[in-house]
Design a protein around this ligand. Structure first.
Ligand code: GYE
Length: 628
């Protein structure tokens, strides 16, 4: 890719008169920015296709991209404004391509409509970073965006605090009903509110999402506002409109929560500081991160994730100053060696061995001193290891949790000791996402979906019938739960397909064998497809089937997750039909996150790795380049 980028660059900047003319034209047609440069010093041209340059959130996004890019004199930005019109955005993107951009950042107006255009750019080997709303499929380099459900939950927690967790009434000022962000915020909000006390929520959609409409709507409530305790507005501008209305009508008892948390004069953080609203939940734009990752992609840095989900904060009067100061803090690399305590799951699979190796190697490469403990798939042992790390006062603790629940106590102990915790590979379920700094790993739900999508694609018709066996990993582990969930989600689209049997193989080769043996002890073989949550269980199942004269890959379709070299060999040999990749090579991203954290940088909420799907047909092309 590097070569093609270099070619692009030459074409634009070193290509003589016509190209320079084009460039001049380009900059007069688009609003361009970046530090003033001699043209021949420009290495990269980044095209930014904005959905609109009208909404305040998008203006902040644009400014962040400009400010960050200005730090890199060799980068030139070219902006286009789609004015919320997908047809215009498609032409904008084509024009950016015609001008030979090296990378595109796109914030789509309408994800469905923009998906094919983004695919087209990506398939021309031009990296694409998608912001804010993710396009469908996987034809993009990186997605960066907020988690709107979490934002809704954080607002719900704020509202509960304001009502002391008891009964009360909330007026929710939502955005347009077509906005996915607003739907997600509402869902997150109700998931928190509905579980507690007796709280009534009235939803109103403010189609324009503007301050003035919100003010009019709230005013129209008139005396009904007397019974309202909290207003949750899906952005700070509507929150300000609500404040204006409430103030005019004299209902000072009403507490207000907004979303966005920008720091301009009339933005959320200042509204909180001035006491006009009570709390705002920050919704980061990802502009700064987009430019940072763009440079990593352009410089061929390895380990760039597929998705970066940004963290949101609850801002109150108490923490507003600290929050603003943290935004301006310049990260400084620590000079002393960092000590990390790593609590690994065990040695159950090829995936795990590769994962451990990747982490140990990356620690050496980054000069991090690593204390490594393996819990042999036992949560109790893992908790003991974490307690030892706390006693040793390590700088950072990393956990790859065996199961996802039961961590609150030990996470609180780490927090009280002032030791940050990162989650690697597997998730935990906690009430409070602030108990850990980030999660680095795969999207297991998507892996499950991919497995069933592949299987669905092999059917003659979507109505065809199929008896499926599921080989489950460790019960209660996040990959097990999520892979099952994703698989079942897509399974619903195929009424003739049913999971008729499932058994737990604990992610081991023996476990996979055991499930097959147990089934065959009681049944004649009557299964059409097996979905195995990992390669080791699939290979164990394949051997057991062969011993009973059943040919895996032929008599029964076999799909697994991970993509270890042994599984690739099985694909090539036709004993396995499909492998959904789950990369264990998390070491470099993890060590980068740790060094960033120690330098004072905020980490995203989630960092999701890039993965593919492999089949019998394409396995041969990849087997040599597999790294695990
Ligand atoms: O798929 C399996 C391993 O947590 C993603 O654990 C990991 C899973 C992986 O043992 O092979």
């Amino acid at each position: 890719m590097k070569e093609s980028l270099v070619r692009h660059r030459r074409r634009i900047w070193k290509g003589g008169g016509i190209c320079l003319l084009t460039v001049a034209l380009l900059f007069s047609m688009f609003s361009a920015c970046a530090a003033r440069q001699e043209p021949d010093k420009i290495d990269y041209v980044i095209g930014v296709s904005q959905a609109n340059m009208r909404e305040p959130w998008r203006l902040v996004l644009t400014r962040e991209i400009q400010d960050e890019a200005a730090k890199y004199p060799n980068v030139r930005l070219v902006f286009t404004d789609a004015t919320d019109d997908s047809a215009k955005q498609m032409t904008d993107i084509q024009r950016l391509l015609d001008y030979g951009i090296d990378l595109m950042i796109v914030s789509p107006c309408d994800v469905k409509k923009i998906t094919p255009v983004v695919s087209n750019v990506y398939n021309q080997s031009i990296p694409v970073i998608v912001l804010d709303r993710v396009v469908e499929g996987f034809d993009y380099s990186l997605f960066i965006g907020p988690d709107n459900k979490t934002i809704g939950k954080q607002a719900g927690e704020a509202a509960l605090r304001m009502m002391n967790g008891k009964s009360g009434s909330v007026l929710e000022l939502c955005g347009s009903s077509a906005s996915q962000a607003s739907i997600d915020r509402s869902e997150g909000f109700s998931s928190v509110i509905s579980g507690e006390g007796d709280i009534q929520v009235e939803h109103v959609a403010v189609v324009s999402e503007s301050r003035d409409s919100a003010e009019d709507i709230v005013k129209a409530f008139g005396t009904r506002l007397r019974g309202i305790d909290v207003i949750f507005a899906h952005n700070d501008y509507m929150a300000l409109g609500a404040y204006n209305a409430v103030k005019q009508l004299g209902y000072d008892h009403i507490r207000i929560v907004g979303v966005d948390g920008f720091t301009g004069e009339d933005d959320g953080v200042n509204l909180v500081r001035r006491g006009m609203i009570d709390e705002t939940i920050t919704c980061p734009t990802g502009g700064r991160e987009a430019v940072q990752y763009a440079l990593e992609i352009l410089n061929n840095v390895s380990g760039v994730p597929k998705q970066v989900i940004l963290r949101s904060h609850n801002i109150t009067k108490e923490n507003a100053d600290d929050y603003e100061a943290s935004l301006n803090q310049v990260p400084e690399a620590t000079k002393r060696a960092i000590t990390v305590g790593y609590a690994q799951v065990g040695t159950e699979s090829a995936w795990r061995l590769a994962n451990t190796e990747s982490i140990k190697k990356a620690a050496r490469d980054f000069g991090v001193s690593l204390l490594y403990e393996d819990a042999d798939q036992d949560q109790g042992r893992q908790i003991e290891a974490i307690r030892r790390f706390i006693k040793m006062d390590v700088d950072v603790i990393v956990i790859s949790p065996v199961v996802d629940s039961g961590w609150d106590e030990v996470l609180a102990e780490a927090r009280d000791a002032g030791i940050p915790v990162l989650l690697s590979d597997r998730r935990v379920t906690t009430k409070d996402d602030n108990m850990y700094m980030t999660f680095i790993g795969a999207d297991f739900i998507e892996e499950g979906r991919r497995a069933m999508r592949w299987l669905g694609g092999t059917l003659e018709t979507p109505q065809s019938s199929l008896r499926i066996m599921e080989l489950e990993g460790t019960l209660g582990a996040s990959p097990t739960e999520d892979r099952s969930q994703g698989f079942r989600e897509v399974l619903k689209e195929y009424p003739g397909c049913n999971i008729v049997y499932f058994g737990c193989g604990d992610y081991t080769y023996e476990g996979g064998r055991k499930v097959i043996e147990e089934y065959l002890a009681k049944h004649e073989w009557d299964i059409d497809a097996i979905f195995s949550h990992n390669d080791d269980m699939a290979l164990g199942a394949a051997d057991a089937l062969e011993e009973h004269g059943i040919q895996p890959g032929k008599d029964v379709k076999l799909i697994s997750v991970d993509g270890a070299r042994t599984a690739f060999q099985a694909l090539v040999d036709g004993r396995l039909n499909c492998v959904v990749e789950c990369s264990p090579l998390l070491g470099p991203q993890l060590m980068k996150a740790i060094t960033d954290l120690m330098a004072g940088k905020e980490l995203p909420l989630r960092i999701i790795t890039d993965e593919k799907v492999f089949t019998e047909e394409n396995a041969k092309d990849y087997i040599r380049s597999r790294k695990y």
